[in-house]
Design a protein around this ligand. Structure first.
Ligand code: DUC
Ligand code: ZN
Ligand code: ZN
Length: 497
């Protein structure tokens, strides 16, 4: 046969175009785009009739926590690389970039990376890369930046302005940014003021306000906006070193980011479905149920959701990731349950690990919302993440001879499945979804990874193999010519301050 797989009759959507054409695949790559229907009779090992459904590049989710130790309070990840990536493909995601955490007592980033490789190797259903999660930017860690980019294919890292296990002081953040600039490593920043939130948490507890809903009072919008502003200031001090504000939830932070972008600063931003589909009211469910929606930053209000949608549409946010950070609900030792006793009848919010599962629901929720043009949907969930994290055009596009054959085939509008989300239909190893009972209009019918069907919703479910997912060595970010702009600006020079 001429081809391994042909997808005929689909409406293909990229970040640029919506058009009817057929797609032919050979040796794991897209090799030909042809007139719609013209490949229906061609010699191919396998053919999929998309029946007028949409065909999009596979989802790229670059904010995923799997198999992590306790970093965000108590509790360890409920998903492994196996169960997390199984869940990914069932939700149309073909590439993830997960974190390789460096705890404060581990001086070496290369060692942290090695441990992450051991966990992921031969276990993944989708392709994967790593960001370093830098908890200890000492001399050794900083000296390893060169090896990370030149040898290991790791070109990004994440740092935190909160969490005892990870929080960096401002001086440490500057050290990371200066070294990241030298090696063209892209820095993601979790911007919440940790000292302020610890103080607020103590205040709430002193008033015996322990219920899950007070998580939101301990992390008010100002604390995110302040840290966002500070992160932008620190980036500008290091000659405008590019940064990404992760999981932005607050309109004030969004406005500050937009302003910096308008000033020409290399400030990028990410948001997540929890800031589009959940609100703080979800933390105020009866008993301890609200713990199911505890993540950081916390979900805000309806008006904030609209500001975040607008930020996606107008380009303030380049990427929409899941921040899949799963903990079991019904597990007092490793999960969300906290000690219940006479003093704490509804548990204790400070003990609830921060994070929610969402790797499988990200694409169906957003695709079904009708709130983004389809080209924008592909841009923020696939193409921009691929560009931002050095995977483009291998990932995030449909370029013949160049792009991997990673695709999602959705149901045609005439045949919408109209799914009611329940945890029992998901493929993670987590015992709840914060989106239980929600209706979504569509769902990936097929997910294809490097030419192989790995998810077939009608027959077989997850049909891909554990271990088919490959490690991806990543190049430098290519979004908006980010590093060319840095070349132009020149190296960090303290005498220019
Ligand atoms: N936010 C979460 O919700 N979980 C993990 C860490 C984070 O930043
Ligand atoms: Zn974070
Ligand atoms: Zn996260």
């Amino acid at each position: 046969p001429l081809f391994d797989l042909v997808i005929t009759n689909g409406i293909c959507v990229t970040a640029a175009d919506v058009a009817r054409y057929d797609v032919a695949i050979k040796d794991e790559k897209i090799v030909l785009l042809a007139a719609s229907g013209s490949l229906a009779g061609v010699s191919t090992k396998q053919i999929i009739d998309a029946e007028g459904g949409y065909v999009t590049p596979g989802g790229v989710d670059c904010h995923v926590h799997l198999e992590e130790p306790a970093l965000f309070g108590r509790g360890t990840s409920s998903d492994t690389f196996e169960t997390g990536t199984r869940s990914a493909v069932a939700g149309g995601c073909t590439t993830i970039v997960a974190f390789a955490p460096q705890p404060k007592d581990q001086p070496s980033l290369l060692r942290a990376l090695e441990l992450a490789h051991e966990k992921a190797h031969d276990n993944c259903f989708c392709d994967y890369g790593f960001h370093l999660l830098v908890g200890n930017p000492g001399e050794q860690a900083l000296s390893e930046f060169a090896a990370l980019t030149e040898k290991e294919g790791v070109t990004s890292l994440k740092i935190y302005m909160t969490y005892t296990a990870l929080q960096l002081r401002d001086g440490e953040i500057l050290s990371v940014l200066a070294e990241a600039r030298r090696h063209r490593i892209f820095t993601m920043i979790h911007a919440e003021n940790g000292d302020v939130l610890n103080w607020l948490t103590d205040q709430l507890e002193s008033k015996k306000l322990f219920a899950p809903k007070y998580h939101s009072h301990s992390r008010p919008p100002t604390l995110e906006a302040e840290a966002t502003n500070r992160a932008i200031a620190l980036s500008s001090l290091i000659s405008n070193t590019p940064i990404l504000l992760v999981h932005v939830s607050d309109p004030g932070a969004t406005r500050r980011i937009r302003e910096a972008q308008s000033n020409g600063q290399p400030i990028y931003a990410e948001t997540c479905p929890q800031y589009l589909f959940l609100t703080r009211d979800d933390l105020d469910k009866p008993g301890f149920e609200g713990a199911k929606c505890v993540c950081a930053p916390p979900p805000r209000d309806r008006a904030s959701q609209e500001v975040i949608w607008t930020g996606l549409r107008n380009g303030t946010f380049s990427v929409l990731s899941s921040d899949h950070c799963p903990f079991n609900y019904d597990d007092a030792e490793h999960g969300k349950k906290t000690p219940i006793d006479d003093d704490h009848p509804v548990g204790r919010f400070r003990e609830i690990p921060n994070g929610i599962p969402g790797i499988e629901t990200r694409l169906p929720l957003v695709f079904s919302s009708g709130k983004l043009p389809l080209t924008k949907f592909v841009e923020v969930t696939s193409t921009n993440p691929a560009k931002l994290y050095g995977l483009y055009p291998r990932k995030g596009s449909l370029i013949p001879g160049v792009s991997d054959a990673d695709l999602v085939v959705w149901y045609p509008d005439s045949d919408l499945p109209n799914v009611t989300l329940t945890n029992s239909m998901l493929h993670h190893a987590t015992d709840y979804t914060p989106y239980e009972g929600r209706r979504v209009r569509n769902w990936p019918r097929y997910t294809i990874l490097r030419g192989r069907v790995v998810w077939d919703r009608e027959t077989g479910g997850v049909v891909g193999g554990k271990g088919y997912g490959q490690f991806l060595k990543r190049g430098h970010s290519t979004l908006d010519g980010m590093w060319e702009a840095v070349e132009e600006e020149g190296e960090f020079d303290i005498t220019r301050l």
